[in-house]
Design a protein around this ligand. Structure first.
Ligand code: OOG
Ligand code: NI
Length: 423
């Protein structure tokens, strides 16, 4: 007989604790939460059909708790330690994102729940990036960065002991789960004391802003948290109306009748003072932490995703408006499913009829992620690195393969179809 707390509940506790911490650290995030709650309530009130459909899909119950965060780590050992921490909360690595193509010296995955029920309980996700030190051009600086990273431990002994206990025994009881959440939260806290001196910080910063952010501090502070809005255009307008310095365009697809994938916007990173290791007062400024909002739509099949990428490229290369570039992407769910562009969840209604609904996209988009990274690295835009994407190297660092997101959506679609046939 075990009295383990379900992993889904540990994840919910952790996500709530992270949100409370970030609200206290970055007050603008509290404003975002307020904007999103208002816009969501207004949208659901005005659109009863959407409210009903979200409720059928199990997305209504989770919407207020739904958010993602992002962190950046320095070494494979740090990535593996985090993977074990996330596993205690039922979060597994899904997908591979290459950011080097956008001139950002990291590659990434998203830790998130993968089962349908776990997603419905709480879909908390953390976009997690790993530094690629081979992309730091100055070899001496790269070696120095690795030395600095080797000297820090981002997961405390107490937290690791609880991870080991959960692994060995298969779960955590109530009091251990509470201790685990508190100890895991410390990994992501902001530290105003840097572990490098001023000249080192300056050199790291000159090599790439992101390198300074990853290497200079005690741990991988959470750099943003993102609540989910049901109307990102309304939320963006409200941000501007409140005088929040928002990003000037929304990343992702245009506004549509049937939302697809992911649309995101953010407010610019704050300039925060910190204390370099050679100083005894806050004598330097660091910009890293920001806030973001997102609207999620239908998960697309590989064919739909290829069409999405094609439309996006067309808008970028031909300077076409997003709406024009996406004119050929069907905006009718039945048509999208017929053409094999979107996954469908089959839902059996009370009267025995079967209808299809979109499956929510639970992942991220590399081009959008690059846009979000960039808007928070000042105006600094660099060309692509010559090194190509390396999912193999990432998986070796992680010590295991990442899940293929398409396979996860396909499994949900197939199972819902079999259930409907059975009913
Ligand atoms: C991650 C940026 C990517 C998103 O929502 O696409 C991201 C970062 O800045 O570390 O969070
Ligand atoms: Ni994000």
């Amino acid at each position: 007989m075990s009295n383990f707390i379900p992993r889904d509940d540990i994840r919910s506790l952790f996500s709530a604790a992270m949100s409370a911490m970030y609200r206290a650290e970055v007050p603008l995030y509290a404003q975002l939460l307020d904007i999103v709650a208002t816009v969501n309530a207004r949208t659901l009130e005005a659109d009863v059909a959407q409210a009903e459909s979200m409720s059928r899909r199990g997305e209504l119950a989770r919407i207020d708790a739904e958010r993602h965060g992002a962190i950046r780590v320095g070494t494979p050992a740090e990535l593996r330690a985090l993977a074990r921490v996330f596993a205690v909360m039922g979060m597994e690595p899904v997908g591979y994102y290459d950011l080097a193509a956008a001139g950002i010296p990291v590659h990434s995955t998203a830790f998130r729940p993968i089962g349908e029920e776990a997603l419905a309980r709480n879909p908390f996700r953390v976009f997690t990036s790993l530094l690629r030190p081979e992309l730091i051009a100055d070899e001496d600086l790269s070696a120095q960065a690795l030395d600095i990273l080797a000297s820090r431990r981002i997961v405390s002994d107490e937290c690791m002991a609880l991870v080991e206990k959960a692994e060995a025994e298969g779960g955590l009881n109530d009091s251990d789960a509470q201790r685990f959440v508190a100890a895991a939260l410390e990994i992501f806290r902001w530290h105003s004391h840097a572990i490098v001196d001023t000249p080192t910080y300056e050199r790291l910063l000159a090599s790439h802003r992101l390198v300074a952010d990853i290497v200079s501090f005690k741990g991988p502070h959470i750099n943003h948290l993102t609540p989910r809005t049901l109307d990102i255009d309304a939320a963006q307008a409200e941000m501007l109306a409140r005088g929040i310095a928002a990003k000037d365009s929304i990343e992702g697809p245009p506004r549509r009748k049937v939302p697809i994938l992911l649309r995101q916007t953010s407010f610019h990173a704050l300039s925060e003072s910190f204390i370099p290791a050679d100083a005894d007062s806050a004598s330097a400024q660091h910009t890293a932490r920001f806030g973001e909002i997102e609207q999620r739509g239908a998960a697309l099949t590989p064919k739909g995703r290829a069409l999405y990428d094609e439309c996006l490229t067309r808008s970028r290369d031909d300077g076409m408006s997003l709406e024009m570039a996406f004119a050929d992407f069907p905006d009718n769910f039945a048509e999208m499913v017929d053409e094999g562009l979107a996954y469908a969840r089959h839902v059996t209604n009370d009267d025995g009829t079967v209808t299809t609904e979109p499956i929510a996209y639970e992942d991220f988009l590399p081009v959008s992620a690059a846009g979000i990274f960039r808007s928070n690295l000042g105006e600094e835009v660099r060309g692509a690195y010559a090194e190509s994407a390396s999912q193999d190297a990432f998986e070796q660092a992680l010590g295991r393969p990442v899940h293929d997101p398409f396979a996860l959506y396909a499994a949900i679609a197939t199972r819902s179809r079999a259930d409907a046939m059975h009913a």
